[in-house]
Design a protein around this ligand. Sequence first.
Ligand code: 15L
Length: 268
Amino acid sequence: PAPRTVLLTGAAGGVGTLMRELLPAHGYTIRSLDMVPVPGAPDAILADLADRAALREAVRGVDAVIHLAGISLEADFDKIVAANIVGLQHLYEAVREEGVPRVLFASSNHAVGFTPRPRPGEPPLPTDIPHRPDTHYGLSKAFGEDLAQFYWDKHGVETVSVRIGSCFPEPTSVRMLSLWLSPGDCARLFHAALSAPGVGHTVVYGASANTREWWDLSSARALGYEPKDDSEAWAEKIVSEHGLPAPGSADDRYLGGHFCENPPRWPY
Ligand code: 15L
């Protein structure tokens, strides 16, 4: 049976806000957690990932955790370490101690961002390619996938690590035409990840059924994910407004696009 009560960390963030809206239709009761107030969720738990006791209380009694909290873009290494590495370990310890069976870990395309993106006609990228993080942020996501593997092997905590592409209401760049995960497909994927039996630690890519897909979605489909959306509907408009990335540019060469630039180009 599908888990019913889910702790959603990072509930005030971009993906968190979308999932609070869309997951209830898949049968979930959401317990929200964030370090800042969650608009529309006055009963949200306000807690920092540094607060082990609060995390332990927050995960108590839930069927699964969707872990979106942490820093979601490039930042100083120390800040990334505190939130995405130390904070992640705190979360998993709370999960282990309270016997929560499964976590959905929001990994990112930036864990493998320096992977050359497939050119037209080349096969899509499988999930078992080596980590090639493009930022401190991407490094923390690569670590997070290893931590998830460790908690499965050592403690029997299951995780689906979802390497999310770009989850926004609409694609807004040429790169996103390949990496877009529509909010509806994100909810479908999260539901599949939470309800599939026996996932151990499974890594999946999180993208819609995009015509310009760079990723092999078979490990996600094996969980029951059936994407319904395709960014191609926006392609003509986006390409005419932005043009294709300059040949040899980071956006042209790598999966992580401009996150690969050095020094990084801000804002993303
Ligand atoms: C990410 O991992 C970020 O959290 C998100 O804000 C986007 O920048 C996304 O990657 C992307 O690559 O588009």
